[in-house]
Design a protein around this ligand. Structure first.
Ligand SMILES: Nc1ncnc2c1ncn2[C@@H]1O[C@H](COP(=O)(O)OP(=O)(O)OP(=O)(O)O)[C@@H](O)[C@H]1O
Ligand SMILES: [Mg+2]
Length: 268
């Protein structure tokens, strides 16, 4: 198991009051698997990713990484996990706009203390693969949103981490560019056996994901694959739609099966 969360709680103290943000979150993710999480603004999605990324510790509960329990030291996740095993992709890209594309991509390798020939070669192959090789020496701030997110993906991959966390990575992109970014993420799971945990409100990743969740008030609720079609063309979350539906009569037609990973491949 690449990643396991067991009964993870998170409390924040806000203005003297304790507020529970995450409630007994359980999650398992194997290598090569995609898990997709949706949920209303403020329900705790980013908090969960931040805990997994080691940016903030859980209040209670256990985290396991590659089968080993993470032992925190002074509330910090060991840096070899944070720097080498986890790649993070953000909604707002978080590039250093004044620096070149190359410099942005190499940053995690520099933090690790390894930005030599091997990393530069890896960068070049990532640039090629992501279709941004011609922008290598350009300042990141000059790129389009889709190009910026490709740079951010290359940065997340430079240390070759087995786990990728993506927090609404296409929220600032148009539909066509979003699809391209999703296809890149999907190919990382399929071809490179990366485990991918993605927070998104867009349907593409839900069809491809092995596990799909709705987060409601800090609780992570699995959505059965056959209920995923309830998600589409609605601003409501799947769980809300399920609650809204009257109980099915015995002769009711079965819910449409989700297409799953095998269907609708490619077609670019
Ligand atoms: N460092 C912090 N200190 C106190 N409260 C926090 C902190 N970080 C987040 N929160 C609170 O925790 C709750 C969950 O925030 P979080 O960012 O995880 O939500 P989210 O599901 O990612 O929302 P969105 O969809 O808008 O990104 C919010 O009420 C937020 O105000
Ligand atoms: Mg968020």
């Amino acid at each position: 198991m690449m990643l396991k969360l067991e009964g993870v709680d998170k409390f924040y103290r806000i203005a003297g009051k304790t507020k529970q943000i995450l409630q007994r979150v359980d999650l398992e993710l194997k290598e090569g698997e995609i898990a997709a999480v949706t949920g209303k603004s403020g329900c705790g999605k980013t908090t969960m990713l931040n805990i997994i990324a080691g940016l903030t510790p859980p209040s209670h509960g256990k985290l396991y990484f590659m089968g080993k329990r993470i032992v925190y030291l002074f509330d910090l996740m060991p840096s070899w996990i944070r720097n080498r095993k986890i790649g993070f992709i953000f909604q707002t890209f978080k590039l250093i706009n004044e620096e070149t594309v190359a410099s942005n991509i190499l940053l995690p390798a520099r933090i690790r203390g390894h930005a030599g020939k091997k990393e530069r070669m890896r960068m070049d192959s990532l640039l090629e693969r992501l279709g941004i090789a011609e922008h290598k020496h350009m300042r990141a701030g000059l790129l389009s949103g889709g190009q910026k997110q490709r740079v951010a993906i290359a940065r997340a991959l430079i240390n070759d981490p087995p786990l990728i966390l993506a927090d609404e990575p296409t929220a600032n992109l148009d539909k066509a560019t979003s699809l391209e970014i999703f296809r890149i993420l999907e190919s990382l799971a399929v071809d490179e056996k990366k485990a991918i945990l993605i927070v998104t409100h867009k349907d593409y990743m839900f069809h491809r994901a092995e596990r799909v969740f709705d987060m409601i008030d800090g609780k992570l609720i699995p959505i059965p694959k056959e209920n995923m079609n309830l998600y589409f063309d609605t601003m409501m979350t799947p769980i809300e739609r399920m609650g809204e539906k009257p109980a099915a009569a015995p002769h009711d037609s079965k819910p449409v099966k989700a297409t799953g990973r095998s269907a609708d491949k490619g077609g670019k």
